[in-house]
Design a protein around this ligand. Structure first.
Ligand SMILES: [Zn+2]
Ligand SMILES: [Zn+2]
Length: 419
């Protein structure tokens, strides 16, 4: 744990190109070696320029976590936490129209960068919104924290997984957290009250090796292909529900193959006339909170990877799927949750429209808070924007980014007051 610094509040005017965010987008935060040091140092300097307190936590040496604080006048009230992860998924630069860490701007204002949507925009918008609010309110009623957290994209074990267990987190007494959401292709802002839970499934096959010309039963690849066919059938059935309009995409179990690995290699590439004795496939599986995980586990064992086909499997469960009381991880979006009412009213006060609350198709660190019963919503203020997270040519328009700052001004102002 290192320095705590407070500087004086300087009144600065926001200019549209204070796309300070561009400097942040240019830091290469992609796995497998995200430049956390530069990201933390940049965000720290931005926070100090507004007069906010910062702390860098080294819960593991390679993965710093930055905590920014705007102290409230009534610190006894539960605090508001705004969360953003520091890391990004890798990009394939040769497939992009602009280098992924250039933050290149097109004539119509699209800023291209890996992380432009996921989720470096909110990282900067939180700060810019507070920069503006500080001009009129030196301190909020309730304490506002921003957490910049490592390793979200790889499961969060060394990020939120450790943070949530720390004394610092307990001392923050978080009452409500806002985390990232996803872009909206229409006019309405999207908000997410739950995530799907990721299981990373690897199916391994062994089998009879032999000459590439021979037809026989039980080769490793034949065994693996049987598994792929069964998984594919399940996938089609889930997809059919979505296509028929019977379920939103985030309310079915998705299962997508993400790699296949097989073949005997020589220095020249794959040996084409040998059938290998081993093969494996990787699947990204996502479970909505409404699904019974034990039933899916049974299906995997009995149908997707049965031992009698010489198949074995591992499931890497990325985080919790139920809270400490055994309930699905969901945040209430009705009057029973006062944070919800204040949040949704703030969007309206900002002139925005909110879509019906959804389950997020992907996964965020929100699950670590929901597991502890802390209400958490996923929200990234990006309307009229194609959904490009983890895709090539990820971008965000400058006008959308700037509008997002105004939205956060309303939200932070409302949620940090007492109610
Ligand atoms: Zn993200
Ligand atoms: Zn992501």
């Amino acid at each position: 744990m290192s320095s705590t610094t407070m500087t004086k509040n300087k009144k600065k005017k926001k200019t549209p190109q204070s796309h300070a965010s561009n400097s942040y987008l240019r830091i290469n935060t992609a796995h497998p070696s995200p430049d956390y040091a530069s990201a933390v140092s940049y965000l720290t300097s931005q926070a100090h320029s507004i007069g906010l307190t910062t702390r860098t936590l080294l819960l593991t040496p390679a993965a710093p976590l930055l905590l920014v604080t705007w102290p409230g006048t009534r610190p006894s009230l539960p605090s508001l936490l705004l969360n953003s992860h520091l890391d990004s998924v890798p990009a394939e630069p040769s497939k992009w129209s602009h280098p992924p860490f250039s933050a290149a701007r097109s004539p119509d204002g699209r800023i291209y960068a890996r992380g432009a949507q996921d989720d470096k925009s909110i990282a900067m918008q939180y700060l810019e919104a507070i920069r503006t609010l500080k001009n009129t309110i030196p301190n909020p009623t309730r304490t506002v924290h921003i957490s910049y957290v490592p390793d979200e994209e790889i499961g969060g074990a060394d990020g939120w997984g450790r943070f949530v267990e720390s004394e610092v987190f307990d001392e923050m007494r978080v009452g409500f957290m806002l985390d990232e959401g996803q872009a909206s292709v229409g006019e309405e802002f999207r908000v997410f009250y739950a995530d799907r839970c990721p299981w990373w499934l690897i199916v391994r096959a062994v089998g009879v090796p032999g000459h590439g010309s021979r037809m026989y039963r039980g080769s490793a690849l034949e065994n693996l292909m049987r598994s792929v066919e069964v998984v594919g059938g399940f996938r089609e059935a889930q997809f059919d529900l979505v296509k028929a309009g019977l379920a939103p995409p985030s309310e079915v179990v998705s299962v997508n193959p993400v790699y296949f690995k097989a073949g005997v290699e020589s220095g020249e590439g794959f040996v084409m006339n040998m059938q290998p004795s081993e093969a494996e496939a990787g699947f990204d599986v996502r479970l909505p909170p409404t699904v019974d995980p034990d039933l899916l586990k049974r299906r995997i064992a009995e149908e997707w990877a049965p031992a009698h086909w010489n198949l074995t499997y591992t499931i890497s469960e990325k985080g919790p799927i139920r809270d400490f009381k055994g309930r699905p991880l969901m945040t209430a979006t009705n009057d029973s949750n006062p944070w919800w009412s204040v949040f949704s009213n703030a969007i309206v006060a900002a002139g925005g429209k909110l879509a019906k609350p959804e389950i997020l198709a992907s996964t965020t660190d929100a699950r670590f808070l929901r597991q502890r019963g802390i209400p958490t919503l996923g929200f990234s203020p990006m309307t009229n924007t194609p959904i490009l997270l983890h895709d090539h040519n990820e971008f965000l328009k400058d006008t959308v980014y700037l509008r997002g700052i105004e939205i956060y001004e309303h939200i932070i102002s409302a949620l940090s007051s007492s109610f």
